[in-house]
Design a protein around this ligand. Structure first.
Ligand code: ARG
Length: 392
């Protein structure tokens, strides 16, 4: 009996895929796998129930911690951002795909399936990781070119209950790093997103009337503490999404160049990502030399490009990470961030590796003309002294 493992979300597309894989592709067994990367708890619960009802076998894999440690934190160190997008969906897909492959191997399945259409980036990200397994790849929605109306009709016929009426007219993808909203009227780049597309962030006009200052501490470029308290990554991100969202932080509306070159209109919410990336950059600005910073900007651009394309297994990605990790050895310290009605400001920074020396830069100190050349290469010199007193 032929067996296939499906990346399952619980939505209309992947739900009808289950019966289509049996009817049109002759699979005897469909195993539905839900990978939890921080989707809303209710979505996971609903997906689990549906999978148990519709599929021949199902798994729910909690990959949240792995997502944070192995994907989100490297992104923070890299200041990962593609054209203004914090890459939430992009970095989650390879992890989801990897988990699907692992289950397929365990289940000795012949094929892997996903419910992506033929238009977006996600199909490319899934296909690439799936292809590394050597198993067959099936994408029913893309291959059969199904329309939403046909899908709804088919679901009704099969008794698959999906409350499409209640469904928002947008396509939403959500994990703990970002929430993306696209499609429907939002495809018109002139259309102003209505307030109800947002779920994580308050309209800044309704945000609290007094600002909040939060303090983030970093070790080797990784955020490890919030307001003086050590906090595991997952909880810190959840907490910052709540606090930042309350203050209306982290909304983005942009035109994004998709992998194959089409431009798309995308809306995102990502309070924790905005706060952590801003704080991390501010700390780097304090501890890295100007030379390191300017070179790292180029590295970050290439890193983000590969992450967007889902090419994390390209050797260049590892090479870039090796450079980034080297720079992060000194990224220790604390950053104070003020958030207020949709705005974010860095209002304080300190680090044992700071290259900022108040007594030298101070306006209160007289500088003699003949001192000027002393400051060429000064950061480099400070760095060397700090790292062990190397003078020559
Ligand atoms: N444009 C983003 C990306 O390519 C978000 C995609 C969201 N996917 C979705 N199926 N709604 O990563």
């Amino acid at each position: 009996m032929k067996k296939v493992v499906l990346a399952y979300s619980g939505g209309l597309d992947t739900s009808i895929c289950i019966s289509i894989l049996k009817e049109r592709y002759d699979f005897g067994e469909v195993i539905a796998v839900i990978v939890d990367v921080g989707q809303p708890k209710d979505d996971i619960k609903m997906a689990r129930e549906r999978a148990e009802m519709l599929a021949d076998g199902s798994y729910v894999i909690d990959a949240r911690e792995e997502f944070v440690e192995e994907y989100v934190f490297p992104l923070v160190k890299a200041n990962g951002c593609y054209e203004g997008y914090v890459l939430g969906t992009a970095i989650a897909r390879p992890l989801i795909a990897k988990k699907i492959v692992e289950i397929a191997e365990k289940e000795k399945a012949q094929a892997l399936a996903h419910g992506c259409t033929g238009k977006g980036n996600d199909q490319l990200r899934f296909d690439f990781i799936f292809s590394l397994s050597g198993l067959d790849i099936i994408a029913p929605i893309r291959e059969l070119n199904l329309t939403r109306a046909w899908e709804m009709e088919y679901a009704k016929e099969k008794g698959i209950e999906i409350e499409v009426t209640k469904e928002k007219p947008w396509s939403i993808d959500e994990n703990l790093w970002s929430r993306s909203i696209e499609g429907g009227k939002l495809e018109d780049p002139w259309f102003v997103p209505p307030e109800d597309v947002y779920e994580w962030t308050k309209d800044p006009k309704d945000a609290p009337d007094s600002p909040e200052i939060i303090e983030i501490s970093f070790e080797k470029g990784v955020p490890l503490g919030l307001n003086g308290e050590e906090l595991a990554g997952l909880y810190m991100i959840e907490k910052l999404n709540r606090i930042g969202g309350e203050h209306g932080i982290g909304r983005t509306d942009l035109i994004e160049d998709r992998i194959l070159g089409l431009k798309a209109r995308e809306n995102y919410e990502h309070p924790a990502a905005t706060i952590l990336l801003s704080a991390h950059k501010a700390l780097e600005q304090l501890v890295l030399t100007r030379e390191e910073l300017s070179f790292k900007r180029m590295v970050e651009e290439r890193w983000s490009d590969l992450a967007y394309k889902g090419l994390m297994y390209d050797p260049l990605f590892g090479d870039l990470n090796a450079f980034i990790d080297k720079t992060q050895e000194r990224v220790y310290g604390e950053i104070k961030v003020k958030i207020f009605k949709g705005n974010l400001q860095i209002v304080g920074r300190r680090s044992p590796y700071s290259l900022y020396f108040e007594d030298i830069v101070s306006f209160d100190k007289k500088l003699h003309k003949e001192d000027f050349s002393k400051y060429h290469g000064y950061q480099t010199k400070l760095f060397n002294e700090m790292m062990g007193g190397k003078k020559i």
